[in-house]
Design a protein around this ligand. Sequence first.
Ligand code: HEM
Length: 278
Amino acid sequence: MAALGSGSADVGDRYRGLGRISRSEVVSGIPGGTRDHYGVPYSFTEEFVAVYRMHPLIRDTWHPRSATDDRTLRHCSLRDVWGPGALKVLESTGRADLLHSFGTLHPGLVTLHTFPGFLQEFERPDGHLQDLAVTDILRSREPGVPRCDEFRRRLLRPAAGFAELTDHPAWAEQIERLYDGDIEKVDLMVGLHAERPPAGFAFGDTAFRIFVPMASRRLNSDRFFTGHHTPEAYSGAGMARIDGNSMITELLRHHPELRPVLAGLTNAFGPWHTATGT
Ligand code: HEM
C-alpha cells in the first residue's frame, strides 16, 4: 500500500494515457482524474448530512413480489423488514424475487406529509422508541445548521415569504401558523421538504446545491477513483471488469432470470419492468 501511496501521479498518468481524452472532469468524468481534497481533509459537512436525511423515501408497506409472475408473496410492514425481521425475510424469500421487488416498488416522495408512520415510532436496537421525524429536525438544530431561510440566503436567496417556500398554499399557511409567522424560525428540514423539486428531480434546488458538490467531492477525494483508478492498483483484469460492467450486468451475472425485468434498461437504479411487463 505504501508503494501505491507514493507513486500515484505516475500511475494515474499512465492510465490517463490509455483511457482519458482530457484532464477535465466535465469531459472525462471524475474516475481516473487527479485526487483533490481542495485543501480540507475529507469529511461530510453538517449541511450535507442535513439535506441527506431523506427518510420519507422509506415506504411503510413492503410486499415482495415474484420475479417470475409478479405474484405478491407476502404483505409486510416496515417493522417486519427492519432489524432482525430483515433476516427472516432474507431467509424465506428468493433473492431474485427480492431484487425484483426492490427494483419495482417505488420509494416515498421526499416532501411534507409523507414521513413514514413506522419511522415515527422507530424501535431502536436498545428497545427505546424514537420519533425519527422529530429527531431529524433536532439533529440539524443541535450543531447549529442554519434554519431554512438563512440556509437559502447563504446559498442563493431567501424565500420572500411563506408562500414562496412551497407551491401548496395550504402548506404555506400551516407552516406560517406553526412558526408564529416568523419565517426565520422555519426549520431547514421543513423548508427543504416543502420546496417543489424542478421537473424530473427527486428533491428541491436548495438540497441539490449542497448535494452535487458533496457527491463529486466524495469521488475527488477517493484515491481508488482518481490516482489509483489504474491497472496497477486494480490489475488489468480488474480494470476491464470495471470498464466493461454495470449494475445491470452484475445483477444478470448472478441472476440471469432477471433478464426480462431488466431488458432495455440502461440504469439499474431507475424503475425496472415488472415480471408481467407493466
Ligand atoms: C428503514 C430505513 C431507515 C431507518 C430505520 C433509519 C434510521 C435512522 C436512525 C435511527 C438515525 C439516527 C437518528 C439520530 O441521530 O438519533 C438515522 C440517521 C440518518 N439517516 Fe436514516 N434510516 C433509514 C433510512 C435512511 C435513508 C433511506 C436515508 C437517505 C437516503 C437516511 C439518511 C440518514 C441520515 C443522513 C442520517 C443522519 C446521519 C448522521 O447524523 O450522521 N436514512 N437514520
